[in-house]
Design a protein around this ligand. Structure first.
Ligand SMILES: [Zn+2]
Length: 248
């Protein structure tokens, strides 16, 4: 199984709990490489979370995810990934892809978003995208029609802008409940939460937990958190087996 790492902005100039300095991000990528922890391609990682998946789990690793479709993800993050041959998932809000449809009030630390062309380039470079709703509302508590429209319009906007239909969703604000997951599950194969959920597993593909990388972490704290999460996300059978080995 794998640990999805959740990032938003990678920008030292933005003092915000969702913005990690570039230097820290660079050191985190180096730390993963130095410690032999694979950064899995989105295809490889997410195949392990498919409902029909059985035993071909990839070797433990991490998946890099970047929410909100910031311009920063393509201008700052992408070069750092590309020079290392790594790929990542960017979660995109359909209405942010075109200045004409950008909502008046957007709840983000940066107001600069990747354009449709930027997202096409991101995909052409081997990266992946996820849906993130059309206008980034809290989906829990929305009337069902509005909820369905947020998911459907997002997919239509992404598809018409990029020619690509994502199979993965990231709940805006990380929030979901059973009603939201039921609707999202009609459009998507798997989805990431922010708080709660469970480490990726075929048994619960619509509530996959992520590890939020925090700006205040130094590289040692990052390493400690990643190692702890990797230990927690091994499949139950594997955990039982290693417990048996230790106690025998
Ligand atoms: Zn978001």
């Amino acid at each position: 199984m794998f640990v999805p790492l959740m990032y938003h902005l990678v920008d030292a100039r933005i003092d915000h709990p969702m913005s990690v300095p570039e230097d820290s991000f660079r050191r985190q990528l180096d730390w993963l490489g130095d410690n032999g922890i694979p950064v899995l391609t989105p295809d490889r990682a997410l195949a392990a979370a498919e409902p029909e998946h059985t035993r071909q789990a990839p070797s433990p690793g991490v998946l890099l995810t970047f929410d909100d479709g910031y311009l920063n993800t393509v201008t700052t993050v992408r070069p750092l990934l590309d020079e290392r041959g790594l790929s990542a998932v960017m979660a995109v809000c359909g209405s942010y892809l075109d200045p004409a449809t950008l909502p008046d009030h957007i709840p983000h630390a940066s107001q600069e978003f990747a354009s449709a062309g930027d997202v096409r380039d991101w995909l052409a470079a081997g990266h992946a995208i996820a849906g993130h709703s059309y206008t980034h509302p809290r989906l829990t508590g929305l009337p069902r029609e509005e909820l369905e429209a947020e998911i459907d319009l997002d997919l239509r906007a992404i598809e018409s802008a990029t020619g690509h239909r994502p199979a993965t969703f990231c709940y805006p604000f990380g929030k979901s409940d059973q009603a939201v997951r039921e609707v999202v599950g009609r459009f998507y194969r798997h989805a990431f939460v922010t708080d709660g959920g469970s480490w990726p597993h075929p048994a619960h593909p619509l509530a996959m937990r992520r590890l939020q990388v925090r700006p205040e972490w130094d590289v040692d704290a990052f390493g400690t958190e990643v190692v702890r999460a990797l230990a927690a996300c091994v499949e139950p059978e594997d955990a039982n087996r290693s417990t048996n080995v230790r106690s025998s």
